[in-house]
Design a binder for this molecule. Structure first.
Ligand SMILES: Cc1cc2nc3c(=O)[nH]c(=O)nc-3n(C[C@H](O)[C@H](O)[C@H](O)COP(=O)(O)O)c2cc1C
Ligand code: SF4
Ligand code: SF4
Ligand code: FES
Length: 599
């Protein structure tokens, strides 16, 4: 059999599949057959490579050339040119925000260069369905090391040295949590993996489960050995069918290989994992609500203490960690806690996966050392704000977090610095906003989410957040008063102090942090009935400049409500009573005659 000359790694993560990866792969394999290359070119499907908006993507090795936005046609050309003639096909290479083509190996591209991959080390590298490929990348070596050579206390010691903190949102020190669970008294204990991932925009947990499921199986088994559990559950939302499928497959093969099930690696330690599928309520990601849900009860939070490590699933000591937290465990065991702690800064060690979204050129998943600045993340890795617009703020931590205004762009990202700025790292959602975003509207968006997702169990969260939303609606509709602003603040602070769980305790954060940094914007809405970003529909008007309008009629033809009148070659006019501010006319006017104004 001839030796393999090239390996093509094609991303089979959720986003690339939605963008057409299946037909690209089919066309690639057919073309390789057509040119009798199928024996010398190996095609490997992997998990998410991070640059999801460029999908479908593939990398050709040994050169590491990264091709983006593939389809079944252009992939044929890549085979003919790159593989047969040795010529890189420039038109499908990674293209930077200003249109420059980058003919460089993947790891030298700006999006990948500053990344350090620990939790996502195997994404885009291994076939998630192959346990052999996972083993070839040191998979299950950490478990073997733990079972053969390490006492539970030694595992905990390494975790403490590593400084790893929970990546699910609260940032609790992982070593300490494992120690509590180990020390808790009980003949039966449980280990849970929280894969609920309800934070809008975050998808690192899904990507890890889809792209490297064995790392979570291995880490949960290490956790079970350490704390003394024999049974584990992973709680995944039903919206993640591919993650569920690949994780189930990983469980089966891990059992076949003796890494899971009875007498693991021939010892008397037995542990197995069951998948529990959640219906997708944000509150079910809260650990005690999740435990209720696994027990078959309504998914509502319990009063803490007792904490799950003391009294969790079915009243037994339970260790619960997030997917990304678990994904860091095998490398920490293999290389040691000190190795992990070399990345990051005091109090925030290691790396963190962020989901970059919003007004940024390169959106997707990135894993960077803690302590990197927002500027490096947004401008260098993210490629900056598109269309020459100005960065206004970044929302971190999703609906439980807050915004960081542009003036703090040089802030290093750590648990402490973000806390000082009134926000959190959370699960790693990062939404970039530009000058066209209205901060009152942003706060309203997040509050709408929490109002919808509140479990309704306690009054401050159930009713208080609704009242806050009503006030925000009034403000964005031009009906707000100065008294409303005071009430909003007071109510927010009260809800945070008196709610039962983290959902209510953090729900007002997006409102309070935007009020803190963008008070003038709130005042403009209330006092001047003006939306400075011209986003709030009730406070804006669409107008036609008579001087610029040539009467081409393009706007009138697209207006869905016939709000535009005027004869051919005569200036047109918009009836403000009929206009719904849909913006369609703005997009079609080629003469720049139509604009949005806010008084
Ligand atoms: C409303 C709410 C939603 C949460 N959603 C998640 C989630 O989707 N995934 C997650 O890992 N943690 C979530 N958490 C945090 C968990 O309660 C818990 O702290 C975490 O699973 C612990 O794991 P870690 O220490 O590894 O971060 C949520 C918390 C709250 C208050
Ligand atoms: S704070 Fe909200 S989500 Fe949490 S228990 Fe109370 S009502 Fe339910
Ligand atoms: S904004 Fe929409 S509704 Fe208003 S005039 Fe233009 S096309 Fe018509
Ligand atoms: S799914 Fe392909 S890069 Fe994310």
């Amino acid at each position: 059999m001839p030796a393999v000359e090239n390996t093509i790694v094609i991303c089979a993560g959720g986003a690339c599949i939605s963008a057409g990866e299946i037909s690209v792969k089919e066309s690639l394999e057919n073309t390789l057959k057509e040119y009798a290359l199928e024996e010398v070119v190996q095609v490997v499907e992997t998990g998410c490579m991070g640059a999801c908006d460029l999908g479908p993507i593939m990398v050709i090795y040994p050169e590491g050339i990264f091709y983006q936005k593939l389809n079944s046609e252009n992939v044929k050309k890549i085979v003919e040119e790159h593989l047969l003639k040795g010529r890189v096909v420039k038109e499908f290479l990674y293209t930077g925000p200003t249109g420059e083509v980058k003919e460089k190996p993947q790891e030298e591209l700006p999006f990948f260069k500053k990344q350090i991959k620990i939790a996502t080390r195997n994404l885009g590298v291994v076939d998630p369905l192959s346990i052999e490929e996972y083993i070839a990348r040191d998979g299950y070596f950490a478990l073997t090391k733990v079972i053969k050579d390490m006492s539970p206390d030694k595992v905990i010691e390494e975790l403490k040295k590593s400084g790893l903190r929970g990546r699910g949102g609260a940032g609790f020190p992982t070593g300490l949590k494992w120690e509590f669970a180990k020390k808790a008294e009980g003949d039966v204990k449980y280990v849970i993996c929280n894969a609920d991932e309800g934070d809008p925009g975050a998808f690192m947990d899904r990507a890890i489960l889809e792209g490297d499921p064995h790392t979570v199986v291995e880490a949960m088994t290490i956790a079970a050995y350490t704390v003394g559990a024999n049974k584990g559950f992973i709680y995944v939302r039903a919206e993640y069918p591919l993650a569920i499928e690949r994780f189930s497959r990983a469980l089966e093969t891990a059992r076949e290989y003796g890494f899971l099930g009875e007498n693991i690696l021939g010892t008397d330690f037995s542990f197995d994992i069951e998948i529990r599928i959640g219906a997708g309520a944000f509150v079910c990601g809260e650990e005690t609500a999740l435990i209720n849900s696994i027990e078959g009860q309504r998914g509502i939070p319990r009063v803490k203490p007792p904490y799950p490590a003391q009294k969790g699933l079915w009243g037994k000591p339970t260790l619960i960690n997030n997917v990304e937290t678990y994904a860091n465990i095998p490398p920490i065991i293999l290389h040691g806690g000190d190795w992990f702690a070399q990345f990051g800064v005091e109090g925030s060690r290691g790396t963190k996966v962020f989901a970059l979204a919003g007004k940024v050129n390169n959106t997707g998943l990135v894993e960077v050392p803690m302590g990197i600045t927002l500027r490096e993340l947004i401008n260098e890795i993210g490629g900056g704000v598109p269309n020459g617009k100005k960065l206004k703020a970044v929302q971190t931590g999703g609906p439980s977090g807050g915004c960081v205004p542009e003036k703090y762009i040089d802030t290093p990202i750590t648990y402490d610095t973000l806390k000082e700025l009134g926000t959190i790292i959370g699960s790693g959602g990062m939404i970039v906003m530009d000058e066209d975003d209205c901060m009152v509207d942003v706060a309203k968006f997040f509050l709408e989410f929490t109002v919808e997702e509140s479990c309704g169990q306690c009054t401050p969260c159930r009713d208080g957040t609704k009242r806050m939303l009503e006030i925000l609606e009034r403000i964005t509709e031009g009906e707000g008063t100065e008294e409303d602003l005071e009430k909003l603040k007071e109510l927010g602070e009260h809800i945070m102090k008196t709610s039962l769980c983290g959902l209510g305790q953090t729900a007002p954060q997006p409102v309070l942090s935007t009020m803190r940094y963008f008070w003038d914007e709130y005042e403009a809405h209330v006092k001047e009935k003006r939306c400075p970003a011209k986003k709030c529909k009730e406070l804006t008007r669409i107008v036609i400049d008579r001087e610029k309008c040539v009467g081409c009629t393009a706007c009138a033809r697209v207006c869905p409500v016939n709000a535009i009148t005027g004869s051919v070659r005569q200036p047109h006019e918009i009836d403000p009573e009929l206009c719904t501010r849909c913006g369609s006319c703005l997009e079609v006017c080629r003469f720049g005659a139509i604009s949005k104004v806010s008084p």
